[in-house]
Design a protein around this ligand. Structure first.
Ligand SMILES: Cc1ncc(COP(=O)(O)O)c(C=O)c1O
Length: 446
């Protein structure tokens, strides 16, 4: 028996299934840049970047060194009671990432993107004195009770665990499949904005709403953004009614979309910014940046966690910012994103099972559809990602039938081209009916 299988069959005895979305029988052993190696020694080009948590790639030497140096000095002392130099330095750096004057912003730390969004909810309620939270269908804000209550991307995230928190309302997201045939951007935006306002006109008093939570580009929802103008209308509505605007940059921030924050694409001026994942290159750390007056609305210990702002994670976060800057990763994401856009557009022209292609930087959702109906085809998507995996490319799906393209931003162009060559071959083999379906025991994907 190979080692991958040995480890997995042993783990399966004790690891509860709710904690992992199953894709392939693989056990990751090591990583370098955009290349992963499993415990059997097989190599994969990583097109997932640990769910967009390792934008700087795997085991970046500068980040590893920063972690080692900090760990030798101090592994942890809780920021809930005392400051540590590294964590204090990071707070000063993070406010510089906010729009406008850094002095207008303050920071709190967390351990995960989920608890960052919980903090958003707490501060928004604390500051406004209002109970209600509005978010979008298709959003994923996390897995704690607060963030899961704001999410709407999988039935298994509410099935059997309810009731979720009261005061949470969902509005429709202007995703491409909602657009009517021949509908212009402007008409689509207007129609979706009418739908957005419907709750506020019928049962949800705007003056009792604390915050609108937004993923400017929905990540787990399929890497999709509304047409130009839509977010502006939502932002204006929020502003008019004294509702805070919070952006969730956990997935799409830190250079992923070809700008540092994804909200920059839409000219938004958020009041609260949640971040996590890549901010510490995969070390557990999250943060919320908020306008000063909002962050001063709650008193300790309204938002403390023992390990939030851990110094080793904070050291990794400082090194991450250094790497993003010194290697120009934001521009690299934009540049390689164009290369990827060309590749996927070209494939779409050749293969009728490739539907909508959405790229924002080195970050994309590629729909796999049944050419007869135009609807998403989960089985074909699974066949494609399974055969990519068999050929050394690690890629997963979003919402069943969208290919999730999120390589580390440091990926070498040669490796990216190699991944594209393999992908083209897999598409071509599928078109010729040559591919085998995954023969796993498990359901693949969310
Ligand atoms: C947009 C967004 N927000 C929040 C989260 C939750 O982050 P975490 O898994 O670190 O709790 C995720 C995770 O995928 C995410 O994509």
């Amino acid at each position: 028996m190979v080692k991958n299988d040995e480890i997995l069959s042993e783990e399966e005895q004790h690891f509860a299934g709710a904690g992992r979305v199953y894709y392939f029988d693989v056990v990751i052993d090591s990583g370098k840049g955009a290349i992963l190696t499993d415990v059997d020694g097989n190599e994969y080009i990583d097109l997932l970047a640990s769910a967009s948590a390792t934008n700087t790639g795997h085991a970046h030497p500068k980040i590893v060194k920063a972690i080692q140096d900090q760990a030798e000095k101090l592994v942890h002392y809780t920021a809930a009671y005392f400051a540590s130099a590294t964590e204090a330095k990071l707070a000063n750096e993070l406010v510089k990432l906010a729009p406008g004057n850094p002095d207008d912003w303050m920071v709190v730390y967390g351990n995960s993107g989920s608890d960052a969004n919980d903090a958003v909810i707490k501060f928004a309620r604390g500051y406004t004195g209002r109970p209600n939270v509005v978010s979008f269908v298709g959003a994923y804000h996390g897995s704690t009770y607060g963030s899961i209550s704001a999410s709407a991307v999988s039935l298994n995230m509410s099935r059997k665990i309810g009731p979720l928190l009261p005061g949470f309302y969902k509005v429709p997201f202007p995703s491409p499949e909602k657009r009517l045939a021949g509908e212009s951007d402007a008409d689509f935006v207007e129609r979706m904005f009418v739908a957005f306002k419907e709750p506020f006109e019928n049962y949800l008093p705007a003056e009792e709403t604390a915050v609108i939570m937004v993923e400017p580009i929905q990540g787990d929802g399929g890497i999709m953004a509304p047409p130009a103008g839509y977010w502006q209308k939502v932002a204006e509505f929020a502003h008019e009614h004294g509702i805070l605007l919070a952006v969730d940059e956990v997935n799409q921030g830190y250079g992923r979309t070809g700008t540092f924050w994804s909200f920059e694409h839409f000219g938004l001026e958020p009041d609260l910014i949640a971040m996590g994942k890549s901010m510490a290159s995969g070390m557990p750390l999250s943060a919320v940046l908020g306008r000063r007056e909002i962050m001063q609305s709650l008193e300790a210990p309204a938002n403390v966690y023992t390990t939030a702002g851990n110094v080793v994670s904070a050291a990794a976060a400082l090194a991450t910012l250094d790497v993003i800057k010194s290697e120009d990763l934001v521009a690299r994401s934009a540049k390689l994103g164009e290369v990827a856009q060309k590749f996927f557009n070209h494939e779409k022209e050749q293969f009728d099972f490739i539907g909508d292609v959405r790229l924002y930087g080195l970050n994309g959702g590629i729909d796999i559809v049944d050419p007869q109906t135009g609807l998403g085809d989960e089985q074909v998507t699974n066949t494609i990602i399974y055969n990519l995996f068999k050929n050394g490319v690690l890629m997963i799906s979003l919402r069943g039938s969208t290919l999730r393209f999120q390589p580390p931003l440091v990926i070498e162009e040669d490796d990216l081209q190699r991944a594209f060559t393999i992908m083209h071959q897999v598409f071509d083999d599928f078109a010729k009916g040559k591919l085998s379906e995954p023969n796993g025991r498990h359901h693949i994907g969310w």
